[in-house]
Design a protein around this ligand. Structure first.
Ligand code: SF4
Length: 300
């Protein structure tokens, strides 16, 4: 480990200037190790074979709250049926929701459908390669917007998901705020290798630096502050940039009840009185269900 005062990294490597963090880690060594590790080992995920911005956007939205293994088939089917934003925008939301079934958090499907309409109306049917324009789309936050720039447009941006935030916090040996994690991630992106760098770091977090880390198989073991220190409590990843938050139990939840209503409506319209009023009301508020004057509810 090479002590390095804050700011000197950018002067020597051309990476982000004036980073507002202090690290005691050799960032050049980190980048070299992660790229060498990731190059031959990246998980073979179908969205990594495309640079089509729409397909990348669909993947990133599906991956926001759903495991990779459950997304693969759905993503392939979705891209087959809606290969462009125009195809998605032209479909009834109900059809998009049917395709979304099983992925959970269906508000994402509505936001994707709304985004497709916005892309057709305002961007000529194309996904823009511009951070502000991406952030203006419904349901697109900083992570997803940057992910599209990196994974579709191959920009040298940094994404920080929970996997990456966990690696970064342990690497520097302390809890990182979202802002600090993003600044550190920005400073690490190697020029010209943003795509491989972000995919590699993500896979490192997904396969090595898991909640229970496999440091013996990690290329960062000799430079990682938390590992070198012998894994002292508390784990700096917990509470860093969104890491550590547990999902509320699904069974018995409103999420489950909402999913059951939607599943019924995928078969046919139903009287709303069959269901808890607050569940129906929340689905109507979210634009996932419509009701007629007789109180019959259906998909939009
Ligand atoms: S050495 Fe261990 S704690 Fe550090 S980044 Fe690798 S897996 Fe994570």
């Amino acid at each position: 480990m090479t002590p390095r005062p804050p700011g000197t990294e950018s002067a020597s490597s051309g990476r982000a200037d004036a980073a507002e963090y202090e690290v005691d880690v050799d960032l050049d060594a980190v980048v070299a190790e992660v790229l060498a590790w990731g190059g031959p080992r990246l998980r073979d995920l179908p969205w990594r074979h495309t640079r089509d911005p729409w397909r990348v956007l669909v993947a990133e939205i599906m991956l926001q709250q759903t495991q990779v293994s459950r997304v693969i088939d759905r993503w392939e089917r979705f891209c087959e049926i809606y290969p462009t934003p125009a195809d998605c925008a032209a479909a009834p939301l109900g059809d998009v929701l049917r395709l979304w079934q099983g992925l959970g958090y269906p508000r994402r499907a509505r936001n994707l459908h709304l985004s497709a309409t916005r892309l057709v109306d305002d961007h000529g049917g194309e996904v823009p390669g511009d951070l502000d324009a991406l952030l203006a789309l419904p349901g697109i936050g900083p992570y997803t917007a940057r992910a599209v720039l990196v994974f579709a447009f191959e920009r040298d941006e940094a994404v920080v998901d929970t996997n990456i935030a966990r690696v970064l916090a342990r690497l520097v040996g302390r809890r990182l705020s979202p802002k600090a994690a993003q600044q550190l991630a920005d400073a690490l992106v190697p020029a010209g290798d943003g795509w491989l760098w972000n995919q590699s770091l993500m896979d490192l977090g997904a396969t090595r630096c898991r909640p229970r880390p496999a440091c013996e198989a990690c290329p960062l073991a000799v430079v990682c502050a938390w590992c070198v220190a012998g894994h002292p409590d508390p784990d700096p990843a917990i509470g860093s940039a969104g890491v550590g938050g547990r999902q509320a139990p699904f069974v018995g939840s409103d999420r489950q009840a909402r999913g059951e209503v939607l599943r019924d409506l995928m078969v046919s319209a139903r009287p709303s009185e069959r269901y808890r009023p607050e569940i129906v009301a929340s689905l109507i508020t979210d634009g996932l269900v419509v009701a007629d004057d007789a109180g019959v509810i259906s998909l939009p």
